[in-house]
Write a protein that binds this ligand. Sequence first.
Ligand SMILES: [Zn+2]
Length: 198
Amino acid sequence: MDNLRQMLATMSPEEFSAAARERELEEWRSINRFCGKCGSSMQPHANAAERALVCPKCGYAAYPKLSPAVIVLVTKGNKILLQRNTHYKFRNWTLVAGFVDAGENFEDAVRREVMEEASIEVRDLRYFGSQTWPFPSNIMIGFRAEYASGELTADGEEVVESGWFDKANLPEIPLKGSIARAMIDAWLEEQDAAQRDA
Ligand SMILES: [Zn+2]
C-alpha cells in the first residue's frame, strides 16, 4: 500500500496537507521537465516566490495543476449507497466518486457519475467539504445527495457490487482520514442523533 495513504489515518490534517503539497510539487516537476508547447527544457521562474516552471524559448509557464474529483454520499431514507470498485487496490466498500470532465461543473459531475456507476438519479445536492488527495494530484470535492429515481444497478465495469446499507449493516468502510470516511461518520452521527430524538 502507498506509504502516505497508509499514514493518512494517523496524521494530523496539517501534517497530511504538508506531505500532500510535497508530493504534488514533486509530481508537477517530474512531468514538466520539458515545455509542453515547444519541447525545450523548463526552468524555475526567475522570481522564486512564483511557483512556476517557465520555458526559456517560448515563454510558456506551467503552474501546479490539480485534477478535481467529486465524491458523493447518496442517501435513501435511513440508508446510504456503498459500492465496491474493481480498479481500487483496496477491497472495502466506498462512495461513488469520479473525475470532473471538461466542461462540467461539480454538480454535473456528481449527477453523471451516480448515473454511470449506479444507474440512479439524485436530487438535493449539498456541499460537504473537500480534501487534498495527492495520489498523485487530485482534490476531492464531497457532496451529499438524496436518491430521486431509478433502480440501483452496478455498472459491472468500474463497480462490481453496490447496495443500500443502514447503520446496523455497514460493510467494511473506508479508512479513517479519507473524506469518504468523514462523510460516512457525519452521516452515522446524524443517524444516532435521530435515534436519540425519536
Ligand atoms: Zn516552450
